[in-house]
Design a protein around this ligand. Sequence first.
Ligand SMILES: [Zn+2]
Length: 391
Amino acid sequence: MAPSSIAPPADARLSTGALAVTRHLLAHGPATRGDLGDLLRVSSASMSRLARALVEEGLVAENAEPLPGVGRPRQILSVVPGARHVAGCKITGSTAYGVVCDMLGDVKAITKAALPARSADGSVPAAATVRVISQVVARLGRRVPSLDGVGVSVGGVIHDRSVVREGTFLGWRDVDLATPLRDRTGLPVVVTNDVTALAREQLWFGAGRTHATFGVVTVGAGLGFGVVREGHVVDQLIDNGHLLAHAPLDSHGPRCGLGHAGCVAAYLNRDDLERHASALAGRPVTLAGLVERATGDAAAARLLDDAARALGHLAATFAGALQTTRIVLAGEDVATIAASPVLAETVAERLRPGPQETQRCKLDITVAPSTFQDWARGAAVTGIQHVLGAV
Ligand SMILES: [Zn+2]
């Protein structure tokens, strides 16, 4: 934004500008006032005000960098890593995985706790879950000087950064998680979809450093999708990723849980993949068991190659629909499936131009396997963004 543009009130403008400076320093490292002013299109007077305010807040430090010769030393701004600490918690169907992160998203402590046993209706009791998360947060809080906020991520549909409208693995409908957690911890709380949290983490500390628009696909118990467009994370997908997950690939292929023949999910959902592997073996086979079998069993190896092909098509289709060259593949099972060369071959085939086509496109598809701790880190980074006022 140019400094001369119509502006909101002075205090609001300051916080927006301060956030832009902080975000840039976090994503790209230390910078001079002059460089920041040029990059963010802020006048040098405004930049000095922003720098002073951030230094007073304790978020940013300014240090002189001596230059060779007699020139005036340059003032370098950098984020103070320990200025804020936020707890992040990833909730699965059975466990709360917690981490505490500093401003740079570096993990300072980890812990985990079992969620309460399921009720007779199959759902995980919400009030007892809130108590478990509070205990996890309290435990993490003892490991750092002080906590400034909490980020919680859950698989499913989240409304208003607070209410779990559909908790896929918890059996929840319309459970307000943020309000009771805020009451118990006395801290700001943000609740988010787990893949959206990974996309937020990538926006500041990963793909977002080089790409304003990118997609995140997670492969594991289910398929998950995160979308970042022009630097903004899409908080709630219109379909929770359903349209991409069930895109048809082969009408003669295996069926997904919804009965589609040969859709993307039929090849990639862990449950579906294990069901097909079990049918092939004539006994229950886990994904790890399938990988073991694949070394000496062509049919088992084909299931993994087919999964890699489905993932390649999915990544290419997602990139084309989003019009980005960058897709991040993540999730607990992604390393297993991306190990097959069929993934890269499929993407290359999708990109092969026709004889009259002159435009060439190259996709940057990265694999970032995620442990539950990585998922929790996504929640913590979302918490940091929330505490700093980032939208
Ligand atoms: Zn399907």
